[in-house]
Design a protein around this ligand. Structure first.
Ligand SMILES: [Zn+2]
Length: 271
C-alpha cells in the first residue's frame, strides 16, 4: 500500500470573526485563519490540493466580508519554493472546490492536469444570485480553466493508489474531500466542507492558533448535534449528509485536516 504525506502550504491569511465559521459561538471573537494549499506525495507523484486566493480578490487589504487578508501568487510560489518544489513539477492540481480563495492561482500550473467535480464546474458557470452577491466565484476562472488540461469528476473516484476523492456537497454543490492513505492511517482533507476543526468536533474547548498558542473557545450545546455549520453552508441537508459521511470514515480526530485550520501551518502529516 502506498503511503502519502501531506504538507500544508500557507497561501495567505484572513482575519474573520469566529462566529462566521462556527455559527452562534464566540460572537465577534477575531481569529486569523490561513488560506491553505496542500502538497501531497507518495514519493512518485506530486499533487497539489487547491491554489489559494488570487490577489485581485484582496482589495485595499480586505477580502471576503471586508475581512483583512493577505495572499496571492507570491505566497504560493514562496511556499512551494520553501519545500523545494517547482510549479512545473506538479502533475495534478486537485480542487476541493472552485471558490476564489481555493482556485485563484491555477494559472501557475500550466503543465498540470486540473481536477474538480463536474457539479462544481456547473455552479461556477451559473452561480445563484446569492453566490454572485458574495463574489464566491471568480468568473474569470472559467476561460482560465478552459485553457488548461482538466478532468471533471462525477462523484467518488479512486485517482491513484491510496488517493481517493469523495463528493461532499453542502458548502458548494461540487465540494470534494480527499481521502489519503498514509503510514499512520487514513487522512481526510476536508476543504471548506469543514473549514476548521470545531465545526466537526463541537465539544472542543480550545484550539491551536496560527502562532501555535492555545485559545479558549466555547463548545456547542449537546443538542446541536454532530457539527456546527459555518455561515457558508448553502445546502444544509447535503452538508449534514456530508458531515455524517466524513465522520463515519474518521478513525481518530487527528486524521481530519480542515481547509482553513490555523494550527496545522508548518506541520507535516503521514509520517
Ligand atoms: Zn469556499
Amino acid at each position: 500500500m502506498p503511503s502519502w504525506t501531506v504538507q500544508p502550504l500557507l497561501f495567505g491569511t484572513i482575519e474573520v470573526k469566529k462566529d462566521q465559521i462556527t455559527t452562534g459561538l464566540d460572537a465577534g471573537m477575531p481569529v486569523t485563519v490561513p488560506y491553505l494549499g496542500f502538497y501531497l506525495t507518495d514519493g512518485i507523484h506530486k499533487v497539489l490540493l487547491d491554489t489559494g486566493i488570487n490577489k485581485k480578490y484582496i482589495v485595499d487589504g480586505k477580502a471576503w466580508a471586508g475581512s483583512p487578508a493577505a495572499g496571492g501568487e507570491d505566497w504560493v510560489l514562496k511556499s512551494l519554493d520553501a519545500i523545494r518544489v517547482q510549479p512545473d513539477e506538479i502533475e495534478w492540481v486537485i480542487y476541493s472546490h472552485l471558490h476564489n480563495d481555493h482556485a485563484g492561482n491555477c494559472h501557475l500550473f500550466p503543465r498540470a492536469l486540473h481536477i474538480f467535480q463536474e457539479a462544481e464546474w456547473k455552479e461556477l458557470l451559473d452561480p445563484l444570485p446569492s453566490m454572485r452577491i458574495r463574489g464566491d466565484f471568480d468568473m474569470s476562472l472559467i476561460p482560465e480553466l478552459e485553457r488548461l488540461d482538466s478532468m471533471k469528476l462525477v462523484g467518488d473516484v479512486d485517482l491513484l493508489d491510496g488517493l481517493r476523492v469523495i463528493l461532499t456537497p453542502g458548502h458548494t454543490a461540487g465540494s470534494q474531500c480527499l481521502v489519503l492513505s498514509a503510514e499512520d492511517g487514513v487522512y481526510i482533507l476536508a476543504g471548506d466542507t469543514i473549514h476548521v476543526s470545531p465545526i466537526a468536533f463541537p465539544d472542543m474547548t480550545e484550539w491551536t492558533l496560527m502562532d501555535g498558542s492555545k485559545q479558549a473557545i466555547t463548545p456547542a450545546p449537546k443538542h446541536w448535534g454532530p457539527a456546527v455549520p459555518s455561515s457558508l453552508v448553502y445546502d444544509h441537508y447535503a452538508w449534514y449528509r456530508s458531515i455524517y459521511r466524513i465522520k463515519s470514515m474518521l478513525r481518530e480526530r487527528r486524521f481530519l485536516i480542515p481547509g482553513h485550520e490555523p494550527g496545522i501551518v508548518g506541520k507535516k502529516f503521514g509520517l
